[in-house]
Design a protein around this ligand. Structure first.
Ligand SMILES: Nc1ncnc2c1ncn2[C@@H]1O[C@H](COP(=O)(O)OP(=O)(O)OP(=O)(O)O)[C@@H](O)[C@H]1O
Ligand SMILES: [Mg+2]
Length: 219
């Protein structure tokens, strides 16, 4: 089980420019992996493809043995809801929902918000958001919004967490709190964490680092 990428290529535009140039890699269940490389080398593109949010131009993505680009979009939604958490660069909070409701969004989709509510609140307290449960995104700072998005990614206790620069807008205390919590859930629940970072210290927390350069993985 785990994630298996085979010869992943991705092009954008016409004429097409190749952004990922043939990436094969494997991520084991429960691994804690960082992805690093210069701006524009393809880290976010790779993370989107690995996490099923964007299809590759060619190549295959197997997750727990399932070819995720060969199943219907309905099945894919179910698969994601069941197994995956996402924390992305632009966190897309819903402006008309308060912070707690935003965190509970993935639970709402699965009709499990009551059951997940206490856990959602405990995550928010851990991230220093205990007094902001009822605040709307427009009333929160950038770093607070980011922590809301991180709590949302964790609320279903996913098997795989994909995070694109999760500490990008955070001061070092909050950045450390987030990375330590990821590590703890990784160890306690065997949640695999795959995260992109520009921070050398956070990158070193990983068991393994995937180094990218110009659309390829350096071994
Ligand atoms: N939807 C798109 N359309 C066209 N080009 C794109 C698209 N998405 C990404 N690219 C291009 O692909 C390249 C890689 O982008 P990507 O976002 O994966 O980089 P990155 O490594 O995550 O960079 P950063 O560290 O700045 O976030 C960039 O040159 C970018 O312009
Ligand atoms: Mg990026």
């Amino acid at each position: 089980m785990g994630i298996l990428l085979t010869d992943i290529r991705k092009s954008f535009g016409s004429p097409p420019t190749q952004v990922l140039k043939g990436i094969s890699l494997e991520i084991q269940e429960g691994e804690f992996v960082s992805i690093v490389g210069r701006s524009g080398c393809g880290k976010s593109t790779l993370l989107y493809i690995m996490s099923t949010l964007d299809p590759p131009s060619s190549g295959t993505v197997l997750i727990d043995g399932q070819d995720v680009n060969a199943i219907s979009s309905r099945e894919l939604h179910r698969f994601r809801n069941l197994k995956m958490g996402f924390v992305f660069q632009f966190h897309h909070l819903l402006p008309e929902l308060n912070a707690l409701e935003n965190v509970l969004m993935p639970a709402m989709k699965a009709n499990r918000q009551e059951e997940r509510k206490a856990f959602a609140i405990s995550l928010m307290e851990e991230f220093g958001l205990g007094k902001k449960l009822k605040s709307f995104p427009g009333q929160l700072s950038g770093g607070e919004q980011q922590r809301v998005a991180i709590a949302r990614g964790l609320v279903m206790e996913p098997r795989y967490l994909f995070a694109d620069e999760p500490t990008g807008n955070l001061d070092s205390a909050n950045g450390n709190a987030v990375m330590s919590l990821f590590r703890r859930i990784n160890q306690e629940q065997k949640m695999a964490v795959i995260y992109v970072t520009h921070d050398i210290d956070f990158s070193k927390m990983a068991e393994r680092t995937i180094q990218m350069s110009d659309g390829l993985v350096l071994s």
